[in-house]
Design a protein around this ligand. Structure first.
Ligand code: NAP
Length: 248
């Protein structure tokens, strides 16, 4: 069990850490990136929409937090060469990586398996599963250079128990949970890297509105409620916690 609920983050708890966040231009990812930076981290903002990433960048700068970096990448079309280039550019700029938060994802279709469009299923697997795998694979040498590295996979309640009409999204999050466990198990004896997954629960974002169009967004918690959980998992207080599925 983790005690993130009792975690009171100090303003400098992530000082000198270099942490990459995917999907950092909007929703939960943007909130995470700003929060990490405001607690001292140098954040690498990754995503497909440069304008949105620049908005997060400007928010971070307005807080006088450490200057972030932007790495544009579309996980739907990313090639091995692009992942290799990302590894090299992080190596050149920072020499290591202390944290990697896989947050970018797509919802896909909310329909039965019988009606599920094959091309949407394939896209979800690329963005929600293949990309976190490939990014992790190519970032592992950088994470190995940190004494306290932490990887977080952002999952969902349907990642541990499938549900009707959540099709490709549920299957992709199930795969992510399994990837998290496999990686944690592989690294436990051989490295200091900890690996966990987070189920953020219902959170007021575009994806939530897409999944529940009839819901009043005001009834759903804001992304900022997730701050202590993500800060805890990136801070040294969570050293030793690995292989855990953590639900908000
Ligand atoms: P969101 O607002 O839709 O944000 C998703 C992020 O992923 C966006 O920044 C989006 O970029 C990025 N993304 C999508 N496709 C991409 C691609 N091909 N390449 C690069 N980036 C891409 O959703 P959210 O609610 O913040 O979700 C964040 C995470 O929490 C996801 O993993 C989601 O599954 C999980 N989650 C959310 C909830 C919830 O209630 N909100 C509940 C459970 C789990 P663009 O801005 O360019 O679209």
């Amino acid at each position: 069990m983790t005690d993130w609920k009792n975690f009171s983050p100090k303003t400098n708890c992530l000082q000198d850490k270099v942490i990459a966040v995917t999907g950092a231009g909007s929703g939960i990812g943007s909130m995470i990136a700003i929060s990490l930076a405001c607690h001292g981290a140098t954040v690498i903002l990754m995503g497909r929409n440069v304008e949105k990433l620049e908005q997060t960048y400007d928010d971070i700068e307005s807080h006088n937090a450490p200057q972030p970096a932007i790495i544009p990448i579309d996980f739907e079309t990313a090639t091995q060469e692009e992942y290799q280039t990302i590894q090299q550019s992080i190596e050149d700029a920072f020499g290591r990586l202390d944290g990697l938060i896989h947050n970018a994802a797509q919802l896909g279709s909310r329909t039965s398996i019988a009606n599920y469009p094959v091309e949407i299923w394939e896209k979800l697997m690329k963005v929600n599963v293949n990309a976190p795998f490939a990014l992790t694979k190519y970032c592992l040498p950088l994470l190995q250079k940190s004494k306290t590295a932490s990887i977080v996979f952002t999952s969902s309640s349907v990642g541990t128990k499938g549900r009707a009409y959540w099709g490709g999204y549920a299957a992709s999050k199930g795969a992510l949970e399994n990837l998290m466990e496999t990686l944690s198990d592989e690294l436990t004896e051989t490295s200091a890297i900890r690996v966990n997954s987070v189920n953020p629960g219902a959170t007021r974002t575009d994806m939530r509105a897409q999944a529940y169009p009839a819901e009043d967004p005001a009834t759903v918690k804001p992304a900022t409620d997730l701050e202590p959980l993500f800060l805890y998992l990136m801070a040294d207080e969570s050293i030793g916690i690995t292989g855990q599925k953590i639900a908000y």
